[in-house]
Design a protein around this ligand. Structure first.
Ligand code: HDE
Length: 694
């Protein structure tokens, strides 16, 4: 497209402004009515300095639309990031379900995925300590199936009746309108302390699961028990799990706090970069399939969303792979307007009687109408079925397009017009027997609130247990009401006495409060589940990770070259940080462009770091407070550190006497061994021994 750019003066010779006018062959700018616009910079006025005229339809068209650009944000999960993907079936499940994506190995199904944080509003930060949403829309041959999950396999509450209260408690307190995107405040912990069923989820929430390194490094879970139904109408129960091929990884709380300042978009930027550089993240969809006999014999109720089934008891078997392969080309059109609904199921998938799931089935359609303003949101590109046609007699409503043509808009009709029911292929709900009186009651089998919380806590590595305790101390320290802190410690005593006393001492409680009253005693006999640990399920290489390399003028170019090629071979990326973002000259005189200036590229943004300074600038860099913080933070966060000619910086950062086995002198590159050891160590992500935790 050709554009003429001219500087023009106002008619009275007024200030110069830029006018970009249309050139031959290019599109002309028009109003929403298609009228070509001659001047997009000045409104129509009565006289050069006169008032703007009401008849200026060009101005009104533009501002009218602008005034109405915002739609209500999601009441929860407002901040999200979406991507297109493809699901490939790797196991034929036709014996147990007739669901279209699982009928044949190799079958591809288009998907759209949206990750989110729950509590914060749309403009909050990515690294809030929060549960992450993991919602997947499958555009199957038999309609859209939405698996609207989280990155945690259990939930805070057992019944949908409690959801509005839970959300009101965690959202900003209504009188003051803060805190934003935080659970660390009185109302949340007050509610939780009065909700013993939330204790298992609280263990997950206070673990590092809620501060993931990336969307790419977290698991996803359907949470509820669902049903699979085969062509013969036989049903089994199922739980859905997404397992990242990238391995699990989280950041430290101190990193999360700092990342939120340095790059509040850290997670979305990370996914955007992965998608746009061809580093497509993948998850295996794994199923835990079980029957009524297992459900009857299991220690807990499979309809209780505060419980999980340990993978050691029923393995999560891979049945397909999701690859996110395309970024959206318009955020609003896809990520904002996508409408997930738990009741979007397809033949072969059905609900269980989990009261939380049943309640969700009411909520999602309702919320989409509020948010998107019309029942016709199903016609939007991101929401309409893509793998199959949509044929019905629905018509009209706000923004409807594509009504059926002709006289007949109903069924049955004697004109033999339009689509008809299909008793053989159509969706048939599983004929689960139902009986009993209408009651508002919680089943006895939902009464044990502490045993799985204990099992989760004890299944964590010592490092993770420490993080969990510290998170509880941090959060409860933000509560102004001491009764809330004490009440929470009372619950922790039912989970693990050491945890309770650790938190009590972190909070400075004068004495241990009594244990909370429990409907059921905590079981001490549950077998530990290593599948619940992040550290036990980390990556096996540095692939998909980022090495931040600080360089300055005169640095050793060969060290950077060999570091870059080793990282690239391992599937990772290198990003350069230099005193100025223009980059730095190496000792051969070659300019290496930087992605960050030192103040803009703190080490919390990277998985591992290297500092390769040049003689020309070494002293200047060593004196920069941000360079010192870069190194000090990397060290404190247990990162692996490569270095060459960085003695002065280690000294000014106060680390010269602390260099340990997590630091690698890349100047000793000659034998190649140091570099190789550095790269393979980086796969472990952190040198825990430095933090006193092995
Ligand atoms: Fe949601 N939830 N939820 N939720 N949820 C919404 O729907 C709701 C629950 C989840 O990226 C809302 O479109 C109720 C569990 C995700 O667009 C709303 C209950 C799980 C997303 C809603 C729950 C989730 C939502 C708000 C308790 C994990 C974001 C905006 C009965 C399995 C989807 C919207 C996206 C969004 C209601 C509990 C996951 C209001 C009533 C449990 C990932 O409909």
């Amino acid at each position: 497209m050709k554009i003429n750019t001219q500087l023009q003066n106002g008619t009275d010779g007024g200030p110069a402004e830029v006018h970009q006018t249309v050139a031959a062959g290019a599109d002309a700018l028009t109003t929403s009515q298609g009228v070509k616009i001659s001047d997009n910079q000045n409104s129509l006025k009565a006289g050069v300095q006169g008032p703007t005229l009401l008849e200026d339809f060009v101005l009104r068209d533009k501002i009218f639309h602008f005034d109405h650009e915002r739609i209500p944000e999601r009441v929860v999960h407002a901040r999200g990031f979406g991507a297109h993907g493809t699901f490939e079936c790797t196991r034929d499940l036709s014996q147990i379900t007739r669901a279209a994506p699982f009928q044949k190995v190799g079958k591809l199904t288009e998907t759209f995925v949206r990750f989110s944080t729950v509590a914060g509003s749309k403009g909050s930060m990515d690294l809030a300590r929060d549960v992450r949403g993991f919602a997947v829309k499958f555009y199957t041959d038999e309609g859209n199936w939405d698996l609207v999950g989280n990155n945690i396999p259990v939930f805070f509450i057992q019944d949908a009746m409690k959801f509005p209260d839970l959300v009101h408690a965690v959202k900003p307190e209504p009188d003051r309108g803060f805190p934003q995107a935080q659970s660390a405040h009185d109302t949340f912990w007050d509610y939780i302390s009065l909700t013993p069923e939330s204790m298992h989820m609280v263990m997950w929430q206070m673990s590092d699961r809620t501060i993931p390194r990336s969307f790419r490094t977290m698991e996803g879970f359907g949470v509820h028990t669902f049903r699979l139904v085969n062509a013969a109408g036989e049903s089994q129960f199922v739980k859905f799990h997404w397992k990242p091929r990238q391995g699990l990884q989280s950041v430290l709380w101190d990193e999360a706090v700092k990342i939120n300042g340095a790059d509040p978009d850290h997670h979305r930027r990370d996914l955007w970069e992965a998608l746009t550089t061809g580093d497509h993240p993948q998850w295996d969809l794994c199923l835990q399939v079980f029957d009524q006999a297992f459900a009857d014999s299991f220690d807990f109720d499979i309809l209780d969303a505060t419980k999980l089934i340990p993978e050691e008891l029923i393995p999560a078997e891979p049945v397909g792979t999701l690859t996110l392969d395309r970024a959206v080309d318009n955020f609003f059109e896809f990520t904002e307007q996508v409408a997930f609904c738990t009741q979007n199921v397809i033949p072969g998938i059905d609900f269980s009687d989990d009261p939380l799931l049943q309640g969700r089935n009411f909520s999602y359609l309702d919320t989409q109408l509020k948010r998107l303003g019309s029942t016709n949101f199903t016609q939007l590109e991101v929401n309409r079925p893509r793998g199959c046609p949509m044929h019905n007699f629905q018509q009209d409503g706000h923004m409807r397009k594509g009504n059926r043509k002709g006289q007949v808009m109903y069924e049955p009709n004697g004109f033999e017009v339009g689509p008809r029911e299909d008793p053989l292929q159509g969706y048939v709900s599983y004929a689960a027997p139902v009986e009993g009186a209408k009651v508002r009651i919680r089943a006895e089998s939902f009464a044990d609130h502490y045993s799985q919380a204990r099992q989760f806590y004890l299944s964590q590595t010592p490092v993770e247990q420490t993080h969990l305790r510290d998170a509880l101390v941090f959060e409860l320290s933000k509560c102004e009401h001491t009764r809330i802190r004490a009440a929470m410690v009372g619950h922790l005593r039912n989970i693990d006495e050491d945890l309770a006393s650790g938190v009590a001492s972190g909070l400075g409680l004068p004495e241990l409060p009594p244990p909370a009253t429990a409907a059921r005693p905590t079981r001490q006999d549950l077998v530990l589940s290593p599948a619940l640990s992040i550290l036990a399920n980390g990556p096996t290489s540095f692939a998909g990770r980022v090495m931040g390399v600080m360089v300055s003028n005169g640095f050793d170019g060969t060290v950077l070259d060999s570091l870059t090629s080793a990282i690239t071979d391992a599937g990772g990326k290198v990003k350069l940080i230099a005193p100025r973002v223009t980059g730095a000259l190496d000792d051969r005189g070659d300019l290496h462009e930087a992605q960050f200036s030192i103040p803009g590229g703190p080490s919390v943004l990277f998985d591992a770091v290297a500092v390769i300074l040049g003689a020309d600038d070494e002293k200047t860099v060593a004196e920069m407070p941000q360079a010192q913080t870069f190194l000090r933070d990397a060290f404190a966060h247990g990162k692996f550190i490569g270095h060459a000619s960085a003695q002065a910086l280690f000294q000014s950062a106060g680390l010269d006497t602390k260099i340990d086995d997590g630091c690698f002198d890349l100047g000793l590159i000659d034998d190649g061994d140091t570099m190789a050891r550095f790269i393979s160590s980086c796969a472990d992500l952190r040198y825990w021994a430095r933090r006193g935790m092995v």
